[in-house]
Ligand binder design. Structure first.
Ligand code: ARG
Length: 454
């Protein structure tokens, strides 16, 4: 039973939060007239000593089931008889829910800083790629040329959404369950508002039955991690592909790559591959949390002990993966000639059709005429720009001598100055927007908020 029931191997890390909430609880009990001032002070001083012992490396003994029972044992050593009064009116059910929420809020702040770091290096790389061109791919087929910065920033914005999700998850976590007791609420007149303010929570749970079992915040944190892992995986996949000899757009640095034990020529993008691989495990963590929650009856059930394994695992993984991806992206170097070289004139087929549209031809008719030219390219093995003037004239009478200009990739980009498009001015504006998205929030609880709980 001990072996299956023990969770201290996982929940030990909650100790700073358990100490903090226990001190607040001692104060609340004094406030409610349950403890004398001396008792409350003795408990608070004892908890500080316990915290110091834990910080100095105190390790659990066999009978410590979880971090809450361990702290209780140590508190009896430090504060004597008064320690026996601390658990008045509270249960490990509202205690663990409170400590886990405090941990989650802090974790969201740490994750936010780590994602922001990835965004910063993506932005620096994007700034350096403003003059570069490469094919954009749909269905992994060359589609239309885009600016290098535009491609790089396509990986920036998803991370902004991740930061919003983290802020929302931290918001969910900042509802205080303490005072809910085991399930029905505390029977002593403690002030939950005082507890909320002392511990930096923003709201009080409204229903004690819900409060002791609400792990929505766990699912939200794990989902936010899983989504950002997916984004890291997609970024990694682009880079791994573009770093292959077949593409040759990008070269990996030495800091985040490894060699092969057998093949001397290899430089393997291991950090990126690990990032990509981790996304699968995080997806598993999310399914595991939801699977645990879905079948539970009301109130606390021991199944919930497993929430922390998933949440800690997901957060730990991302706190390893995000800095590794940031490091790997920072040391990338781009071969802009190779990128430009992959842009073939067939990719301007849409621009060619648009050229006809600008002469008043319907898009359907234009599409048909360009389709005929593309078939001719396939039959003759020539690129669009290499077809003779007569071929264009035969495909449509509206093609003039300036048709070859429509096949320039720079012109293709310049035509796409719509907001969010790949035109040079639109990309400059986008870079500005990315810079301000990274600027520290000046007021309110934005994405750059200080952690609620330290
Ligand atoms: N270690 C437990 C957990 O993580 C603490 C709560 C235990 N509550 C109980 N009624 N046994 O969920």
């Amino acid at each position: 039973m001990d072996a299956v029931n023990r969770s201290i191997g996982i929940d030990f890390r909650l100790w700073p939060f358990d100490i903090k909430l226990s001190k607040a609880w001692a104060m609340a009990l004094w406030n409610a007239g349950v403890l004398s001032l001396d008792e409350s002070k003795a408990i608070e001083a004892g908890l500080d000593k316990v915290g110091a012992r834990l910080a100095a490396g105190e390790t659990p003994i066999d009978s410590d089931e979880d971090i809450h029972t361990m702290i209780d044992r140590l508190l009896h050593e430090e504060a004597g008889a008064a320690a026996s009064k601390l658990h008045t009116g509270r249960s490990r059910n509202d205690q663990v829910a409170t400590a886990s929420r405090m941990w989650a809020i802090d974790a969201c702040a740490r994750l936010d800083a780590a994602i922001r770091e990835v965004q910063s290096v993506l932005l620096v790389q994007a700034e350096g790629l403003q003059e570069a061109l490469l094919p954009a791919y749909t269905h992994m087929q060359r589609a239309i040329p885009v600016s290098g910065a535009h491609w790089m920033l396509s990986h920036f914005w998803p991370l902004g959404r991740d930061r919003q999700r983290l802020a929302a998850a931290a918001g969910s976590a900042s509802t205080l369950p303490l005072g809910s007791g085991a399930i029905a609420g505390c029977a002593f007149p403690i002030s939950r508002t005082l507890l909320k303010d002392t511990l930096g929570f923003t709201a009080l749970s409204r229903n004690s039955i819900d409060a002791v079992a609400d792990r929505d915040f766990v699912a939200e944190v794990v989902f936010a991690c899983s989504m950002m892992a997916t984004h890291m995986s997609k970024l990694a996949e682009d880079l791994i592909l573009y770093g292959s000899s077949e593409f040759g757009f990008v070269k990996f640095g030495d800091g985040y790559s490894t060699g092969s034990s057998m093949m001397p020529q290899k430089r393997n993008p291991d950090a990126l591959e690990i990032a990509r691989g981790s996304a699968g495990r995080l997806m598993g963590d999310l399914v595991s949390v939801l699977g645990t929650l879905k079948g539970l009856p009301s109130g606390y059930n021991k199944d919930l002990q497993d929430d922390k394994r998933a949440m800690f695992g997901a957060v730990d993984t991302m706190l390893l993966v995000l800095p590794a991806v940031a490091g790997a992206v920072e040391e990338l170097t781009f071969d802009t000639a190779r990128m430009r070289g992959a842009v073939s004139s067939a990719m301007m087929a849409t621009d060619l059709a648009d050229y006809l549209v600008e002469q008043g031809i319907s898009f359907r008719e234009a599409h048909k005429a360009v389709g005929a030219l593309v078939r001719e390219c396939e039959a003759t093995g020539l690129e669009l720009h290499a077809l003779p003037r007569t071929a264009f004239a035969a495909a449509h009478r509206a093609f003039g001598d300036d048709v070859y200009e429509a096949l320039s990739p720079e012109r293709s980009l310049a035509r796409r100055e719509v907001e969010g498009g790949t035109g040079p001015n639109a990309v400059r504006a986008q870079i500005e927007q990315a810079r301000s998205a990274l600027a520290p929030a000046t007021e309110g609880r934005g994405n750059d908020q200080a952690p609620l709980v330290r």
